[in-house]
Design a protein around this ligand. Structure first.
Ligand code: SAH
Length: 347
């Protein structure tokens, strides 16, 4: 592992021990890294000789703020980070009464191809490293001057398509010597990669699993989410039932309401039938209009919600934050890419 910040505390301790350092040094360096130092020289309680060795062997990489937008409506802040190789990803800081939540990206782009999603348009460029996911939390806190109490893995990318890095990130962020954010304060959202859901079920993590359902029937789901052709919605429901049985944790099903596509009453009825026995929760999302997509927001949201509730399901409507700052689903990165493209075209 070439990045110090992607190492778990035992790994970091071992790496330093191999450099001739005492065991307690691991904890010291780990804590400094997770506080977001920008130079090893900031590590006051670490000998200068080690700081110099680390600077040589493990150059510190820090994401730069490529853009920052603050919503005038609700104080939501959106960051576009520039990574060491020039690629960009987004994070969003949302302020709620119960504390601050940061939404982080897990990949540069996404290869899942959902028809309604801005992140899918240009495909996946690469996976993020654990350190790059972690840095989004660390530097959002530092830049905004706010403490983050909750994390949602719902930014650009598919977390279960980069599961090893994501699991390592969870271990890092959970560590008492680092940010110390509890699993119950973390949500992970997936488009439905069944093997990943099964792996999470085995690990019995206490995080909240969100599943981007968006349609309960194969035909509609395959039309808007290509992943459904690899892992059919029936298989997905099976994996979700199993996840609930093993972990006892209630799954949140995300459902973006699309006009004339997934907003029919029979689809609400089918959702109720499929979620029976797992006390699932449906989160209805007003579709964000993505300019490149012909899909439009549904006007049936209240009726669909009532229909779900008539079956005894809990259905909430997601409060939309940051509507004035492109604060959703890869829109800011998309805009920056387009502007860069236009710049090149005009040269
Ligand atoms: N890849 C993961 C997490 C990233 S997307 C997943 O698919 O769950 C985060 C959420 O935003 C998902 O529920 C996704 O389906 C939803 N989403 C994407 N584009 C959207 C849009 N235009 N309007 C509303 N929700 C959207």
């Amino acid at each position: 592992m070439s990045e110090l910040k992607s190492m778990t505390l035992p790994e970091l301790t071992e790496t330093l021990r191999a450099m001739g350092e005492p065991a307690f040094r691991g904890k010291q360096v780990f804590t400094w890294l997770h506080r977001g130092i920008q130079s090893y020289d900031k590590m006051e309680n670490v000998p200068k000789s080690l700081r110099e060795k680390l600077t040589q062997a493990y150059p510190l990489v820090i994401p730069g703020v490529a853009r920052k937008q603050v919503s005038r409506q609700d104080g939501t802040i959106k960051y576009l980070w520039e990574l060491a190789d020039g690629n960009c990803v987004e994070s969003v800081l949302m302020r709620y009464h119960h504390g601050n939540t940061v939404c982080v990206s897990t990949q540069v782009g996404c290869r899942m191809g959902c028809a309604f999603c801005a992140s899918a348009i240009a495909g996946k460029i690469r996976d993020l490293t654990p350190a790059e996911i972690l840095d989004q939390v660390i530097f959002t806190q530092l830049n905004a001057g706010e403490t983050v109490s909750n994390i949602v893995l719902m930014g650009i990318g598919e977390p279960l398509d980069n599961l090893d890095a994501v699991l390592r990130f969870l271990e890092l962020v959970n560590c008492p010597d680092g940010l110390n954010i509890g699993m119950r304060h973390i949500s992970l959202s997936t488009c439905g990669l069944v093997p990943g859901i099964r792996r999470l079920a085995e690990l019995k993590l206490q995080l909240t699993l969100s599943v981007s359902l968006h349609a309960p029937d194969s035909e509609t789901r395959s039309r808007i989410m290509p992943v459904n052709r690899a892992y059919d919605v029936e298989e997905l429901f099976d994996a979700c039932q199993d996840y609930f049985r093993r972990t006892g944790r209630r799954i949140s099903f995300e459902y973006a309401m699309i006009d004339g596509v997934n907003d029919h009453d029979w689809q609400a009825d089918l959702i109720a039938k499929k979620l029976r026995g797992m006390s699932g929760h449906v989160n209805l999302i007003p579709l964000n209009d993505v300019a490149e997509s012909p899909l439009k927001p549904s006007r049936r949201l209240p009726a669909f919600q009532k229909r779900l509730e008539s079956h005894g399901l809990t259905a909430t409507v997601r409060r939309s934050l940051g509507g004035d700052i492109d604060a959703s689903c890869g829109q800011l990165r998309r805009k920056a890419m387009e502007e860069a493209q236009k710049g090149e075209d005009s040269q």
